[in-house]
Design a protein around this ligand. Sequence first.
Ligand SMILES: [Mg+2]
Length: 317
Amino acid sequence: MPVPTPTPALDSLQGLALGDAFGDRWFHPRVDEASAEYVARIPRRAPWGWTDDTAMALVLVDHLRRHGRVDQDGLAREFAAAYTADPARKYGPSMHQVLRRIHRGEDWRAVTSGMFGGQGSHGNGAAMRVAPLGAWFADDLDRAAEQAALSAAATHFHPEAAAGAVAVALAAALAVRSRGGAAPERAAFLTAVAERLPESDVRSGVRIAAGLPAGTSVRHAAVVLGSGYLVSAPDTVPFALWCAAGALDSLPEALWVTLGGWGDMDTTCAIAGGVVAARTGLAQVEPGWLAACEPLPTWTATPSTPTGTPPAARTTA
Ligand SMILES: [Mg+2]
């Protein structure tokens, strides 16, 4: 019998998938960063397919539905099974090896801790999938952080990967807790995340993000914080959370801003989308975007209409 899924967790999952699919579409065909389409905010043509970010988030939320918490042995096997069933979701290079070996029956702890000369992966793959988990445990920030770290370790041994996942989960939890009130101020929101992080480059990055002056451009923030070009948690999470924290009242705005950092666009937009949707739901998203996005399994549908007002219709180019 599945555990009842909190609506904000489903909202976050849907926002994550939308961000993933929205962002990934800008890689193909690659365009100049100052392209007319981006400047005019004309989305790419449908269809928008989602990638590993969503594939792994679906596994994680489905796992929580069945267990109510992270069981690392089971979660590692489920990630590996989902990869094996559908490997062409643009997984990171090291994850192909990790997930294949776990699926063959190797011990996940030995596999993950043996990567990169024994350091483990510090990639952004644990952070990219975790926002719905933070939304799930929003009523207990300590538990959200603990469960996020457990979920990260199933594939990523490096402490920076775990810190990135904890940061995103905390941000999503705080976004849920802000429902029904004014959006938290950007610096305060980011500071609240940083205060609960272990000492790490991710924490330093989130603190730097919190200190960026009002009016900082997305291009400057991306240069200072990194925007995922290194595909690491420290190079991805502070920027994605800075974008989310500045647009907590609008999921579409958050995605456009995040896209402007370029870099690892599917993942930065998945993180920002998962965090902001944990507060807003998807009611502000125009139907054309939702129609363009690759569908999710039916169990991910939210049971009630989230808050927010749909914008005027706009053509998807
Ligand atoms: Mg991806």
